[in-house]
Design a protein around this ligand. Structure first.
Ligand code: 5RP
Length: 230
């Protein structure tokens, strides 16, 4: 028996910035899809447009793929688009795609505006290559120009993590508040997000943040196998 799942199709973005540029890279990446591919699907508006472009190609060419989604938002979208999904327990991605909030000249990234960076980083770490799909607004000379680094923290560890972050050079630490809910954003993993700034990000900063007890993951991506597509 099938569900009347019309409510699921209501999960879309109200507004997509720089939509023409995002649609162009979405279409470009959809051309890479081959029959049988296991593909890591990122989150955010660029990934949303890319998932739709891929679904069109899959339907047109009658090929089969499996998606490994990085959030409920994208998992539900895959269900609407009739793209089968799996987790990293069952499948390893042949390749992945995702968006980014900032990209510097070393291809270091800040991600996690959508609070999905934990699973996004797992897909990227598990993929031989990840295409990071950006529009021009994402390129920066120095990270933390327009976005802070999100840090997902186990709730009881908030005070400890905040004090340790200050010791390693973080500043301007805020708790990410929810919209349409009182209090903080709760991630899909039941945690809270601190947004932080760093004046000087080195190739050790991601490891320093991750080493703090109570930190689940950060949105700083240094030295991953990524190719920037714009
Ligand atoms: C979500 C992300 C997104 O990939 C990032 O925020 C870019 O989003 P968009 O494609 O909407 O600009 O990291 O956690």
């Amino acid at each position: 028996m099938n569900w009347d799942n019309s409510i699921l199709s209501k999960i879309t973005f109200d507004h997509i910035s720089n939509i023409e540029e995002k649609q162009k890279v979405a279409n470009k990446i959809s051309e890479k899809v081959k029959d049988g591919d296991v593909i890591g699907f990122g989150s955010g508006t660029t990934s949303y447009l890319t998932a739709i472009a891929i679904a069109k190609k899959v339907q047109k060419e009658k090929i089969k793929i499996t998606a490994i989604p990085t959030s409920y938002e994208i998992k539900i979208l895959c269900s609407n688009l009739e793209i089968p999904t799996a987790s990293l327990l069952e499948k390893k991605p042949d390749w992945s795609f995702d968006g980014a909030d900032e990209v510097d000249n070393n291809n270091w990234l800040i991600k996690g505006r959508g609070a999905a960076m934990f699973k996004e980083k797992m897909n990227i770490a598990n993929s031989p290559i990840t295409y990071i799909l950006i529009d021009k607004s994402k390129k920066v000379d120095k990270l933390c120009k327009n976005y802070k680094i999100p840090v997902e923290v186990y709730p009881e560890a908030l005070n400890y993590v905040k004090s340790e972050l200050l010791k390693i050079g973080a500043s301007d630490i805020t708790i990410r508040k929810a919209i349409n809910k009182d209090g903080p954003i709760i991630t899909e993993n039941g945690n809270i997000i601190l947004d932080i700034k760093f004046a000087n990000i080195t190739n050790n900063t991601e490891k320093q943040i991750k080493s703090l007890v109570g930190v689940i993951e950060s949105g700083l991506f240094i030295g991953y196998n990524v190719e920037i597509v714009e």
